[in-house]
Design a protein around this ligand. Structure first.
Ligand SMILES: [Zn+2]
Length: 193
């Protein structure tokens, strides 16, 4: 028996989350490019500690849940369990395991971009979890129906913003990631030269 989903709280601020975002039928772009920013910024902040392609892609696959729920077409509300810290950690781990056979290719791709890459099992698994969590926490900034801490009923204290704020945060993260990339690639070029 699954734990009850946390009650949808009242609107957290005047920058209210529109009602359509409190439904699973919302139009929510799968693989939303906004999630690239936070994942890339985290990965490029510690490029040798994380498996960069795994972390960034894990931040995108979490939204696979959205079209899956839409396909089920239930009249009842289906909680987004994949958007909880607990289940998304599992999603991130599975995704990281699925990518292990491709680590040779991912390494070549990453090095072509002048980024460091060294495969490590723990590093890869950790990157999968961190990438998935980056997605859940960003969605949790504005989604009132995000049961981030499920199976706990604890309300999400991060849910204080509007969707536009979350998108702005993602864009700023992407700009930060771009700046970090330029520095890392420039240093790598200097080392080679
Ligand atoms: Zn999402």
């Amino acid at each position: 028996m699954l734990a009850p989903w946390p009650a949808i709280p009242s609107r957290p601020s005047p920058k209210a989350v529109p009602l359509e975002f409190q439904s699973t039928t919302l139009i929510h772009m799968p693989f939303t490019p906004y999630h690239l920013g936070p994942g890339a910024a985290i990965a490029l902040s510690l490029p040798r500690r994380f498996d960069i392609p795994v972390l960034i892609s894990a931040g995108l696959v979490v939204d696979l849940e959205v079209p899956i729920i839409a396909l089920i077409k239930s009249e009842h509300y289906i909680p987004r369990y994949g958007h909880t810290l607990l289940v998304s950690a599992g999603v991130g781990l599975v995704w990281a395991l699925l990518l292990i056979p491709f680590h040779g290719f991912l390494g070549r791709l990453t090095r072509v971009l002048r980024l460091p890459y060294e495969f490590g099992l723990v590093k890869t698994l950790l990157s999968g979890v961190v990438g998935a969590w980056s997605h859940v926490l960003v969605d949790g900034l504005y989604r009132t129906d995000a049961g981030v801490f499920w199976p706990s009923n604890m309300r999400n204290p991060l849910c204080r913003f509007g969707r536009e704020d979350a998108e702005l945060f993602c864009l700023l993260s992407l700009a930060t990631a771009a700046g970090l990339y330029v520095v890392i690639a420039w240093r790598a070029r200097k080392e080679v030269g």
